[in-house]
Design a protein around this ligand. Sequence first.
Ligand code: F6R
Length: 235
Amino acid sequence: MNIIKVSNYEELSRRAAELIAAQVWNKPNCVLGLATGSTPIGTYKELVRMNKSGDLDFSKVTTVNLDEYVGLDGSNDQSYRYFMNDNLFNHVNIDKANTHVPNGKAADLAAEGARYDAFIESLGGTDIQLLGIGHDGHIGFNEPDDVFYKATHEVKLDEMTIKANARFFANEDEVPKTAITMGMWAIMQAKKVLLIANGMDKKEIVEKAFFGPVTPKVPASILQCHKDVTVIYTY
Ligand code: F6R
């Protein structure tokens, strides 16, 4: 495990973007696993800058996102599809047909999860999976539980996650209570994992996840079993 402490958010964003760009330079038709949330916004800005300056070509890249709220479609500005379009896809030369987010409007979410995992398997897994981390240790929306969930699945969001995400909505009541998320199988298929964490409020959970026991009570701790993980954090 490669744990890198950097001095500020700008450096975190630049270092993370450089690792993703290196993946695209090495393999122009690579598969990027992407995340939403506040932490990767700076990374996406940096990737857009590299694309605009002609240093980074997304034309052959495929992306798969971690998760989506149940009940929101891509035209809803709180959906994760909207977030990805707004923060990255609309500003780079990626073919939108090659960008994938689980369908939160699927009538049968179990079937949607199976379809998503089969699709990721058909791609041979992601070449690099970008992750943030929740205050409760969640990755994607894999919340603390008694077990690790393997498949892409529907999940009931924790109170802590709903409260944390309320900042993006008019009020807490509007935050969807369920989401569909990649499970641990798809995340652990990634050839490389890049987890980014920003702020003093993430210090404790980063320490628990990477220096504590591997337990589904701290979902990110499973990454200790992955062979190529880079954690970049600042606080
Ligand atoms: C989002 C996701 C979540 C976030 C986590 C941290 O796709 O999978 O696990 O990475 O909630 O969010 P921020 O970056 O907003 O602190």
